[in-house]
Design a protein around this ligand. Structure first.
Ligand SMILES: [Zn+2]
Ligand SMILES: [Zn+2]
Length: 226
């Protein structure tokens, strides 16, 4: 990509020599080295320093036992990890600028779920593609909702849906208008009283029905969480 277009705070995919794989990072510094030799100065190839935003599977694992649910916070890809999900780290790398392969967007979680209420429709080319180190370049947008520092994940992810599981925005969902909760639509539809797990707001059947009609167009995908 064009070398001059890179700026501090840009998010980029880097083909890291250090890690031997692709990684997403936020640029913290553009490093140029000037070497003065008499009347001339040579500019070495610029490096980029960046903070790693990691796929969940590359992070250290940690189990929290919080009654009544035991939650693995990270360390491997869990059922609640979106394919668009990264974890902010404090780890920094420096790589040659030419290892940057593309710019990407990395949004805060709340901005992502408000922008992409149905990631499968927003990114149809990625709907059935699991994310991996190899295909990071195929993704244009990611989000993060946790950061890790010295093995501690902040914030701790908690169950938020009536299924008592951590919300995964890759599934069709509905936002509670009364509290910060997000429910999986399929879970709420299976509840007799259609109430928010936390604040007990009762979703009008109309709201679920409208989205349900949309879901029916994609019959066959309903049972497959990705
Ligand atoms: Zn649920
Ligand atoms: Zn609520």
């Amino acid at each position: 990509m064009s070398a001059t277009s890179l700026k501090v705070n840009d998010f980029v995919v880097v083909h890291s020599q250090t890690l031997g794989r692709k990684v997403v990072g936020k640029i913290t510094e553009l490093v140029s080295e000037f070497v003065d030799i008499e009347f001339c100065c040579f500019k070495d190839p610029e490096n980029v320093k960046f903070k790693i935003y990691s796929l969940p599977e590359h992070l250290p694992g940690k189990h929290i036992l919080s009654s009544p649910h035991s939650i693995t916070l990270s360390g491997k890809r869990m059922y609640y990890h979106s394919k668009f999900e990264l974890v902010q780290t404090v780890d920094e790398l420096e790589e040659p600028r030419q290892n940057v392969t593309k710019e990407v967007k990395v949004l805060r979680f709340i901005d992502f779920v408000k922008s992409y209420k149905n990631p499968r429709e927003a990114f149809p080319d990625l709907a059935d593609v699991p994310i991996s180190d190899a295909n990071l370049d195929d993704f244009r947008v990611f989000f993060f909702r946790q950061r890790i520092n010295q093995g501690v994940y902040i914030p701790e992810l908690k169950p938020s849906c009536v299924c008592n599981q951590v919300f995964n925005p890759d599934e069709d969902f509905i936002e509670c208008p009364n509290c910060p909760g997000f429910m999986h639509l399929r879970c709420l539809r299976h509840e007799a009283d259609r109430k928010c797990r936390d604040c007990k707001y009762e979703f009008p059947a109309r709201d679920l029905y409208n989205i349900k009609k949309k879901e029916n167009i994609k019959s066959g995908e309903d049972a497959q969480a990705f």
